[in-house]
Write a protein that binds this ligand. Structure first.
Ligand code: NAG
Length: 256
């Protein structure tokens, strides 16, 4: 047991070294906290308590965003043991351990219906990912980038489950794209996570979206292979990858 704790604290110390990165730590719904996979802790536990977000390997970005690691991050895309019961139209708050302001870029949120259920669904093929929320870059705002808005809100993001989607189990894929080294090919840093939800009280909509992997092209000069400073100096417009937000989505209301 003593050895186990020593290993655990070493893990915490190491993850603290790369403190510009981060990971989704908790999900809040109706005032209740639902823990994600706890990086630097759960790896060392003989029995991991109920988690509601799929395992991630560490706090770093996905190394190859054209691979299946882009779907739910580099933890093997293993179903979590828990699932959060929500109503269509509810707000979900996604809380990171931290987020540094040097990693600017868009924040994107997608839903994929788990067929037949989340215990057997990976979401790594076919156009299953429907973009339901996005804040990319708006120079007219006080805080132009989505990721900086997240940082200003206590490293958290609030998203609304579309009121008209059909009932069922879903993965909520919440993602920050850090563009600080995106001028180098494959330098864009994606930080996705997959939260498991069971939605009731919805409508009859079953939209299709994009495939992940597939939708993120390393040569996309509008959203992925692009220099942050050119955008910030107004030399270039920015369009986030992954297509448009679905028309049935509720616009983001976070203040920045
Ligand atoms: C960005 O888009 C706006 C609106 O379409 C356009 O007026 C402007 O010229 C574009 N800027 C650049 C640098 O391409």
């Amino acid at each position: 047991m003593v050895q186990l704790l020593q290993v655990a604290s070493l893990g915490v110390a190491l993850s603290g070294l790369v403190n510009a990165h981060g990971y989704l730590k908790n999900v809040e719904h109706n005032g209740k906290l639902y823990p994600a996979w706890q990086v630097g802790q759960d790896e060392y536990l003989p029995t991991v308590p109920t988690r509601y977000v799929r395992r991630v390997k560490d706090v770093g970005p996905v190394m190859d965003f054209t691979s299946k690691d882009i779907t739910c991050n580099q933890g093997g895309n293993i179903p979590a043991t828990g699932i959060i019961d929500v109503r269509a139209g509810d707000k979900i708050k996604l809380i990171w351990d931290q987020w540094g302001s040097s990693h600017s870029g868009p924040v994107m949120n997608y839903l994929a219906k788990c067929t037949p259920d989340c215990q057997s669904f990976k979401g790594d093929s076919g156009p299953v990912w429907v973009k339901i929320d996005q804040v990319a870059y708006d120079p007219t705002k006080q805080v132009p980038w989505g990721s900086d808005c997240l940082a200003r809100n206590g490293a958290s993001w609030t998203v609304t489950i579309p009121p008209t989607i059909s009932d069922g189990e879903y993965l909520l894929r919440h993602e920050i794209l850090g563009l600080h080294v995106a001028g180098t090919r494959m330098g864009a840093q994606f930080y996705p996570s997959c939260t498991q939800l069971r939605v009731t009280g919805g409508g009859n909509q079953n939209p299709t979206g994009v495939a992940l992997p597939g939708a993120y092209n390393p040569d996309d000069k509008e959203g992925i292979l692009t220099e942050l400073w050119r955008i910030q100096q107004g030399q270039k417009n920015y369009t986030a990858p992954g297509g448009r937000v679905w028309s049935g989505a509720v616009p983001n209301t976070m203040k920045c």
